[in-house]
Design a protein around this ligand. Structure first.
Ligand code: SF4
Ligand code: SF4
Length: 352
């Protein structure tokens, strides 16, 4: 068989020795303190994962610093998680506390395990993608700075998983998170016929629209958009720079809550919208941080131990959720595409 020199290495070649030696033999894990996971093998071996928050957009200097710490405390073994945490994989229990102290000395937060707020999984934002309605890492930094106390402690009813997607394409798992921060466009694309004529395959552009809102416009050798059918997804802008969707005045953020991926205790749930629009207000997005903190703290004050956001809302009812959080309810909220299939109870039937 040909050995190719491209693509990632087989993950098994990159495992720390303790994981290779105990593969398939881990008996249980526990969470002795914020940011520390302890896995115990049937051989008696113990592996400590020390979790540190990162802002995702990190410098080479930062990567060098954490690699040096990993060399010193855990033979160079660390990994980045899907939520942009850095986990140091320590096989010597005596090195756990010295590593935590060294991380603290550099101002790096250790936390995000157990009944805490895990780091926010998020998308590309203004730095990297072309269709965002908001930034990603900037909003996440502002929200996590505000909620820092809940990252470095385990005082919430359950673990809270948040996500941010900077447009409705939602590459950030926003459809199934306890709290989802979603960038929303609110105006149809503005067509630049000249750009379309010069560089766009019109059939591909027409086919890119999920709602069939785009039709050819032979007179202009361009396209026309049926505004009433447009859902402002920005997919056409991905195909054609002449379909400008970004609108600084009208783009902003919606908040969804109550999603859940796991089938532990209750079925998985989709997130549902509770705040349709908050303005983009960089660099600290105060309206968004305040709204998220309010939802987190209302849930924390009223949920039972172990109860995820969606489970809590299911127990108390959506009416009570809106009353307790003080969020204004309208009949445009919480319904989603699955609601009509699974229940006759829609938001229009609320008892307000
Ligand atoms: Fe781009 Fe949308 Fe994904 Fe953000 S959510 S990275 S704007 S496709
Ligand atoms: Fe179609 Fe989305 Fe473009 Fe609107 S924004 S025209 S729905 S592809």
């Amino acid at each position: 068989m040909a050995i190719l020199d491209q693509g990632p290495l087989n993950y098994k070649e990159q495992l720390p020795p303790i994981i290779k030696e105990n593969y398939g033999k881990w008996r249980y894990h526990e969470n002795p303190k914020p940011g520390v996971l302890k896995h115990v093998s049937e051989s008696g071996a113990e592996l400590y994962s020390i979790r540190v928050g990162s802002p995702r957009l990190v410098s080479l200097d930062f990567i060098r610093e954490i690699c040096e710490l990993a060399d010193e405390y855990c033979d160079g073994y660390l990994r980045f998680t899907a939520r942009h945490n850095v986990e140091f994989l320590v096989s010597d229990a005596a090195k756990v506390e010295p590593l935590i102290a060294a991380l603290g000395a550099k101002g790096l937060p250790v936390g995000g395990t157990g009944a805490s707020i895990s780091n926010i999984v998020h998308t590309q934002g203004w730095v990297h993608c072309h269709t965002p309605a908001t930034d990603a890492s900037g909003v996440v930094k502002a929200v996590m700075d505000d909620l820092y106390e809940y990252f470095v402690s385990m005082k919430l009813p359950a673990q809270m998983k948040m996500s941010l997607a900077c447009c409705l394409n939602m590459c950030g798992a926003a459809h199934c998170s306890d709290i989802a921060i979603v960038g929303v466009h609110r105006t149809p694309p503005r067509i630049d016929h000249d750009k379309i004529r010069k560089g766009t395959e019109i059939p591909s552009l027409v086919a890119s629209c999920p709602t069939g809102a785009i039709r050819p416009n032979p007179k202009e050798k361009s396209v026309v958009v049926n505004d009433a059918k447009c859902m402002y997804c920005g997919n056409c802008y991905t195909m054609a720079p002449g379909m400008e969707i970004i609108d600084p005045e009208n783009d902003g953020i919606a908040i969804l809550v109550g999603g859940k991926v796991a089938n532990a205790r209750t079925n998985p749930m989709f997130s549902r919208m509770v705040i349709p629009f908050l303005p983009n207000n960089p660099p600290r997005w105060p309206e968004v941080t305040e709204a998220v903190r309010n939802i987190v703290e209302t849930w924390a004050a009223h949920a039972h131990k172990g109860e995820k956001m969606g489970e809590w809302i299911e127990r108390i009812g959506w009416e009570r959720f809106f009353t307790l959080t003080g969020i204004e309810f309208t009949d445009k909220l919480i319904d989603d595409f699955i609601f009509s299939r699974e229940t006759f109870r829609t938001s229009a039937a609320f008892k307000y």
